[in-house]
Design a protein around this ligand. Structure first.
Ligand code: AKB
Length: 375
């Protein structure tokens, strides 16, 4: 593997870094390159939608040394927030070996193929989503054993783990709790549901027949994300993409043919809430957490309710409907809404943005800047 590491001189100047491209492991010595007050944090999939906002959030935290991993190189603005950037594939054992030399205290494993991409390339999806996660969990256990405390492993799961059998059953159901309808219809949902289980097992039971049984070296925590909507990036490869696509198209003055029916209904969330949820769950005291996997909710509109909100901001928005039967079937199998009472009770989860506020205070003003002069 030809992974390169870019060590960046920014606020780390004066420490033992070099600028430029070096190869590991010679230049990285775990625990020796940052002050003790700082903690190494790994972010995989750093170039993705969640990664962008998370890295910007971490830029305000002087006590974090972020190592960012992605298949594609990070742009200079994002890279400037990082202690190191590594270009690599999360399913590559050479990458795990390379990363293992850092004393990571927190890992945000965001890299994944989303639901539509995973249906198109199921073998790649399984390799990245499952094998990649397993490799990183094992790596985290090794690091936890070395540093003498559990590595906190944040895992973005998804509402795609649900598989409601019929539209009637979906419409009749109350908001789903974490344990209902866990019969996903997609490769992505299956991958994520398995990894939720795997992370719990790797934290609590891995090596249960060995002398190491019961050693706490890994602390896996998962959030089931609804569709996320960012003002700054447009997703690709997901099935909830119709909402952000509709909003961004309107902002650009483009017509949009929505690939689901007007009555299609799943939960959504503004990106800042999603990223805050990850950070809050990471910092929640372990003794407060009664489960390893949490639903989080914010708002659950139909596609037509999103279109109506879009038209309030962009009265000329041209939204039409051209449902794709197979993508529609995936949306129909996901829940209409989630019950996030456990997250609210255990670690104080509370969304800051309902749909109206998400549009008014986050999406519309920021999107206006993104496309200023381009519509
Ligand atoms: C997708 O559509 O695949 C994702 C998700 C809901 O997890 N956005």
């Amino acid at each position: 593997m030809t992974t390169n590491v870019h060590l960046l001189q920014s606020f780390f100047d004066g420490l033992t870094h070099v600028q430029g491209i070096v190869s590991l492991p010679e230049r990285i010595h775990h625990g020796t390159t940052i002050p003790p007050s700082m903690k190494y944090t790994l972010v995989t999939g750093a170039n993705g939608e969640i990664g962008h906002t998370l890295l910007e959030e971490f830029a305000n935290d002087a006590n974090r040394a972020v190592v960012a991993v992605d298949l594609s190189p990070l742009g200079p603005d994002l890279a400037a927030h990082c202690h190191a950037t590594i270009q690599g594939d999360v399913s590559d054992p050479a990458l795990w070996a390379q990363l293992e030399s850092y004393d990571f205290e927190e890992i945000y494993h965001l890299a994944a193929l989303l639901s539509t991409s995973a249906e198109k390339r199921p073998d790649v999806a399984h390799n990245v989503n499952v094998n990649g996660t397993f490799g990183l969990l094992r790596m985290a256990r090794t690091i936890g054993a070395r540093i003498g405390k559990p590595v906190v492993f944040l895992f973005p799961s998804t509402i795609a783990v649900y598989g409601v059998p019929t539209l009637d059953a979906k419409n009749a159901a109350a908001p789903l709790t974490e344990g209902e309808f866990l019969t996903p219809h997609t490769m992505y949902g299956i991958n994520k549901l398995y990894c939720e289980q795997l992370g719990g097992y790797m934290s609590d039971r891995y090596g249960q027949l060995t002398d190491d049984a019961g050693k706490r070296v890994l602390d896996f925590r998962a959030l089931r994300f609804p569709g996320l909507i960012s003002a700054f990036t447009v997703p690709s490869g997901g099935t909830s993409d119709y909402a952000p696509e509709m909003i961004h198209a309107a902002a650009k003055g483009e017509a949009y043919a929505c690939f689901v029916r007007p009555d299609a209904k799943i939960p959504f969330m503004a990106m800042p809430d999603g990223v805050r949820a990850l950070i809050e769950l990471a910092s929640a005291p372990a003794e407060r957490l009664t489960q390893r996997v949490y639903n989080i909710g914010a708002f659950a509109p139909t596609a037509e309710e999103i279109a109506a909100e879009v038209r309030k901001a962009y009265p000329n928005a041209a939204v039409s409907y051209s449902p794709h039967p197979k993508r529609q079937a995936i949306i129909d199998s996901w829940c209409a809404d989630v019950d996030d009472a456990a997250a609210r009770r255990d670690w104080g989860w509370q969304p800051a943005y309902d749909m109206e506020r998400a549009f008014r205070d986050y999406l519309i003003p920021n999107i206006a800047e993104v496309y200023a002069g381009k519509a």
